[in-house]
Design a protein around this ligand. Structure first.
Ligand code: CDP
Length: 215
């Protein structure tokens, strides 16, 4: 089947931007798996399903009516590209991503993105669970202060001011939830290249991944 490059890593490690640029350079598609967790969260919030209701949220994930179209993402025909980035949605997603039933419900949906000529898959468990046979696996890390500073810059560009200490606390909480959950905890696959981008620009990070691919 089609080639896959997986890019996993913690929150705000720059995976999204890097995955899109690598995909563009190769002429491949990209899977933003975090968006599927966020879409599940938004649909559950819309339907009044509480974050504690594992079976209920799993059912929401199974029946998710989503369509990706370039930069747009539709839930039940409504463009929710902006909505799924809300803080409340991210927090809900982070909680329900721990449920095995939710992860199972999204598994085949993620694998369906694997089409020729190739796929760059961005997430937490792309190399470990979803595409264990990927051609290249990258685990992108950056120290927590570098990530908090990047997140703050992104927010400032959107006209939102944010306190670095608050961002650091939030980031450490998310890291803990991602790495400490029992199902598909965040960790590099045994055969992943661990790439530290703390002192790399986006362009340098993209180039490092393209170099791995061409080796
Ligand atoms: O903004 P952030 O990087 O935290 O979020 P995201 O990548 O959009 O993912 C949203 C949530 O889904 C995160 O809390 C992740 O823990 C979870 N997720 C996951 O469990 N597995 C994936 N493959 C992708 C995301």
């Amino acid at each position: 089947s089609a080639a896959v490059i997986t890019i996993d890593g913690p929150t705000a490690s720059g995976k999204g931007t890097v995955a899109h640029r690598v995909a563009k350079a190769l002429g491949w598609a990209v899977l933003d798996s975090g968006a599927l967790y966020r879409l599940t969260a938004l649909a559950a919030l819309n339907q009044g399903v509480p974050a504690e209701d594992e079976a209920g949220v799993a059912r929401v994930a199974e029946t998710l009516d989503v369509r990706f179209d370039g930069p747009h993402v539709y839930l039940g025909g409504v463009d929710v590209g902006h909505d799924i980035r809300r803080e409340e949605v991210g927090n809900f997603a982070s909680r329900v991503a721990a449920f095995p039933g939710v992860r199972q419900a999204l598994l085949e949906r993620q694998r369906a993105f694997r089409l020729p000529p190739g796929l760059v898959a961005d997430g937490r468990d792309m190399g470990t669970v979803v595409f264990p046979d990927a051609s290249l696996k990258v685990f992108l890390v950056a120290d927590v202060v570098a990530r908090a500073e990047r997140r703050r810059k992104q927010l400032i560009e959107k006209g939102i001011s944010a306190n670095l200490d608050d961002l650091l606390r939030d980031m450490r909480e998310r890291d803990a939830r991602d790495t400490e959950r029992a199902t598909a905890p965040l960790a590099p696959a045994a055969d992943a290249h661990v790439l530290d981008s703390s002192n790399l620009t986006i362009a340098e990070t993209v180039q490092a991944i393209l170099n791995f691919w061409q080796q």
